[in-house]
Design a protein around this ligand. Structure first.
Ligand SMILES: N[C@@H](CCC(=O)N[C@@H](CS)C(=O)NCC(=O)O)C(=O)O
Length: 196
């Protein structure tokens, strides 16, 4: 069985728990309180020196961090990880883009507004245009694509859902991105179908 260390308030953890629910995987959940510095405890750092959630202990006994790496491990071999096209698969591109470009501005603004309770004037002013740029990019892509990385649902959809669905908590107006709104609803409907 897989053990998952998560804080439910984290969008990076949401990606993984959504996937686990979608696949109906049996996992042991260990709650970690980010805001109580539990990711910085000696015990946690001994397990994952990156000091971040999500962290997973996989059935092989290996411990890994990084939400996208965990999803690749949990969903490998399923239709959610379509790598049949080999180097022409777009999956990795979207997973790397999510971690390097999409989530940093959206996650940071959400953290500063919702959890640190900073006013807009106190938040790094570059985050809003950076966030708007990545939302525009995703919205444009979804204008012609039902899913992010393939013709069907993949882990890239879960990955971008993590901070896409909560972008409004960072002060982003999702009404400006109608294709993202429709895509979020599509992912939620597929997840709800599986749960039913
Ligand atoms: N790129 C990583 C980011 C993980 C991350 O930043 N996790 C945050 C919560 S969203 C965390 O654990 N922060 C605690 C800390 O830095 O002490 C992933 O996708 O898993």
């Amino acid at each position: 069985m897989t053990t998952l260390y998560i804080d439910k308030r984290s969008g990076n953890c949401t990606k993984v728990t959504m996937l686990v629910d979608y696949l109906g995987l049996e996992v042991e959940i260990v709650d970690v309180d980010l805001f109580n510095n539990e990711t910085r405890s000696d015990e946690f750092l001994a397990r994952n020196p990156f000091g971040k959630v999500p962290t997973a202990i996989l059935p092989c006994g290996k411990t890994i961090g990084e939400s996208n790496a965990i999803m690749l491990a949990l969903a490998g071999g399923t239709s959610l990880v379509p790598l049949e096209e080999g180097p022409c698969s777009e999956l990795y591109q979207w997973l790397f883009w999510e971690a390097s470009a999409f989530t940093p501005p959206l996650g940071a603004r959400r953290f500063f507004r919702r959890f640190a309770e900073l006013s807009d004037a106190e938040i790094d002013a570059t985050l809003m245009p950076r966030g708007q740029r990545v939302l525009r990019h995703l919205n444009d892509h979804l204008a012609n694509n039902e899913f992010v990385a393939a013709d069907t649902l993949t882990i890239a959809d879960f990955s971008l859902y993590g901070y896409g669905h909560s972008a409004h908590e960072g002060g982003f107006d999702l009404d400006a991105y109608p294709h993202i709104i429709r895509w979020l609803a599509r992912i939620e409907a597929l997840a709800a179908d599986k749960a039913a």
